[in-house]
Design a protein around this ligand. Structure first.
Ligand SMILES: [Zn+2]
Length: 240
């Protein structure tokens, strides 16, 4: 019975370790998603910056071209003889100047957008670096923890092997089958007449039988193998 209790203790600890082992990868997955989101945003901003740069270059070229046309129009103006031609040339210069203003406004607008976006991009890049560093740190930490958990798990597995070899094969079979069907718990302590797993009372007569400890008994409610939890022989954490 003592070996079986130790076995149950090992099984509970193994289950807890298994659950803890799953925490790390979950956390890593969350961090990975955060990192991907930051990187997506950075890429989108970089693309937008490129578009702005292209637009700005285009505006500058337009302005340059208009200036060339303006120069030509002014040369033409100085060589004109008739009033009608003179007025047409003046109008052309006027139109070109207006067109130039429009493009200059556009260029300023783009420049302002670029400046704002560049500032945002720099902040986000910093944030991206921080997230990346945090990811590396957490990644290493989680791997270290996983290794430690695996070491502990292997230690308990070895102990479990020893305890299971010391338990009567039929009893072991019954325990393993109960454990598989009943949420990982195949054996339960009964303290003050109450099953500590299903929390229901054992009839007094059966409890007295249990105290005598001369036969294998099961909880009438949850059917798990039961033992008297106040028995001094089972007091310590036996699997330690
Ligand atoms: Zn029970």
């Amino acid at each position: 019975m003592k070996n079986l209790i130790a076995l149950q203790d090992c099984d509970i600890r193994m289950r807890d370790l298994q659950i803890k082992k799953e925490d790390g990868p979950k956390k890593l997955q969350r961090l990975k998603e955060q990192l991907a989101a930051v990187e997506d945003q950075l890429e989108e901003e970089a693309n937008r910056l490129e578009t702005y740069t292209h637009d700005r270059r285009q505006a500058e070229q337009e302005i340059e071209e208009i200036e060339n046309r303006l120069k030509k129009a002014e040369i033409k103006l100085s060589n004109i003889k008739s009033n009608k031609e003179y007025e047409a040339a003046l109008k052309e210069i006027d139109d070109l100047k207006r067109e130039k203003l429009v493009w200059e406004d556009k260029a300023i607008d783009i420049l302002e957008k670029v400046e704002a976006l560049e500032a945002k991009y720099a902040t986000n890049r910093e944030k991206g670096e921080e997230t990346k560093q945090q990811f590396e740190l957490d990644h290493n930490e989680i791997l270290k923890r996983l290794k430690a958990l695996n070491r502990e798990l292997n230690k308990i597995k070895k102990k479990r092997m020893q305890f299971s070899q010391a338990v009567d094969p039929d009893l072991l079979k019954r325990y393993d089958s109960l454990r598989a069907r009943k949420g990982g718990i195949g054996i339960s302590a009964v303290i003050k007449g109450v099953c500590q797993t299903c929390h229901l009372g054992i009839p007094p007569q059966e409890f007295n039988e249990l105290l005598r400890g001369d036969k294998l008994m099961a909880c009438p409610n949850c059917t798990r193998i039961i033992y008297w939890g106040d028995d001094e022989r089972y007091q310590n954490n036996v699997s330690e």
